[in-house]
Design a protein around this ligand. Structure first.
Ligand code: ZN
Ligand code: ZN
Length: 105
């Protein structure tokens, strides 16, 4: 549980933007902790619609994921983000959203 530095109220978790933020009733917003992000990434795919696909789609915007210098075959973006999904490493292009298995390279 986190508390606001300004007013000591309890922070609420807000994931509506795809990244974890901690929001205070006073309006102050904090970046989520890495632990929070990990919880979101291990989201069970059988619950809710497209859980894994959604967490992968947000992966390029997540600071804990590793960026790799691999060119996207679709849009020629120079960087992709490495994510591990169900113990299989994948590369996700942050520009066009194409998902590659590591075996594609
Ligand atoms: Zn506050
Ligand atoms: Zn691309």
């Amino acid at each position: 549980m986190l508390f606001c530095e300004d007013c000591s109220k309890t922070l609420d978790k807000d994931t509506t933007s795809g990244v974890v933020k901690m929001k205070c009733p006073c309006g102050r917003i904090y970046d989520g902790t890495p632990e929070d992000t990990l919880i979101m990434q291990s989201f069970n795919p059988s619950e809710g619609r497209g859980g894994v696909q959604e967490s992968i789609a947000f992966a390029p915007f997540d600071r804990v994921n590793q960026r790799v210098d691999t060119e996207c075959k679709e849009c020629k973006s120079k960087y992709m983000t490495q994510v591990v999904n169900d113990r299989i490493a994948c590369l996700v292009c942050g520009r066009c959203g194409t998902i590659y298995k590591m075996t594609d390279f």
